[in-house]
Design a protein around this ligand. Structure first.
Ligand code: F6R
Length: 268
């Protein structure tokens, strides 16, 4: 894992956005995995700015979102499809037919989940998967106890996730109990994963993910098994890491190498 610690959430978001825009410029036909939630908002803001001011071209990009609430139509203001339209898609030039967000209203979910996996494969697989992390260590909606080999499926949300996400709804009772989500195995198939976490409320989950054992109780810890993961943190989210000095040193060396050889960034 490559651990990058920035001073504040803004700097962390700009760093993460830079990772994504660099890939789009290098590989215009890339396949991006995208996330919703509070964490990526500033990343999307920066990507929109780069589209407007620096000609970042999304015309050949394909995207797959991690998850969607079961039962919400795409027009529902709390649906993840609506979130993505409002916060990214309608501000950039990605063709609508290239955008994939799981359908929370599918009639036959089992079949639909298999189709979603197939669509990812047909697109050539995900080049870069952007991830947030839940306070309980979940990635996508892979709640504690999810199989580390899981594929796209329906998942029942934990009370903690429902409480955390209630801030977007009028009351916790309105938060859907289930979501359709890429599995941990689906995420691990991505060629590169970019996990962004900001704020002290993520510090424990981040420490367990990066320095704890690989366990289905913290599904993000499965990222330790992936060969190319970049973790971008602000100082608050990094506060409980034991080996911060080492990560900073490695990062400095990595930057020196990159500026000397202008090589592509990679995890480790
Ligand atoms: C969202 C997703 C979730 C969030 C996580 C953190 O698509 O997959 O795993 O990334 O719940 O959410 P925020 O960013 O709101 O703290």
């Amino acid at each position: 894992m490559r651990i990058i610690i920035e001073q504040n959430p803004e700097a962390a978001s700009i760093r993460a956005a830079g990772w994504i825009s660099q890939l789009i410029r290098k590989k215009p036909k890339c396949v991006l995995g995208l996330a919703t939630g509070s964490t990526p908002l500033a990343v999307y803001g920066e990507l929109i700015r780069q589209h407007r001011e620096e000609d970042l071209d999304w015309s050949q990009v394909t995207s797959f979102n991690l998850d969607e609430y079961v039962g919400l139509p795409p027009t529902h203001p709390q649906s993840y499809r609506y979130f993505m339209d409002e916060n990214l898609f309608r501000h950039i030039n990605i063709p609508t037919q290239n955008v994939n967000v799981p359908d929370g209203r599918a009639l036959d979910f089992e079949r639909y989940c298999r189709t979603y996996e197939k669509l990812i494969q047909q697109a050539g697989g995900i080049d870069l998967q952007l991830l947030g992390i839940g306070a309980d260590g979940h990635i996508a909606f892979n709640e504690p106890g999810s199989s580390l080999g899981s594929r796209t499926r329906i998942k029942t949300l934990t009370r903690k996730t429902i409480e955390d996400n209630a801030r977007f709804f009028e009351s916790p009772s309105e938060v859907p109990r289930m979501a359709i989500t890429m599995g941990v195995g689906t995420i691990l198939d991505s060629r590169q994963c970019l996990l962004l976490a900001t704020g002290g409320h993520k510090a424990e989950a981040v420490a367990k993910t990066v320095e704890g054992p690989v366990t289905s109780q913290i599904t993000a810890s499965a990222l330790q098994l992936h060969r190319d993961v970049v973790v971008v943190l602000d100082e608050s989210a990094a506060a409980l890491l034991q080996r911060v000095d080492y990560y900073r040193e490695v990062e400095q060396v990595q930057r020196e190498i990159e500026s000397a050889f202008v090589s592509e960034p990679s995890g480790g």
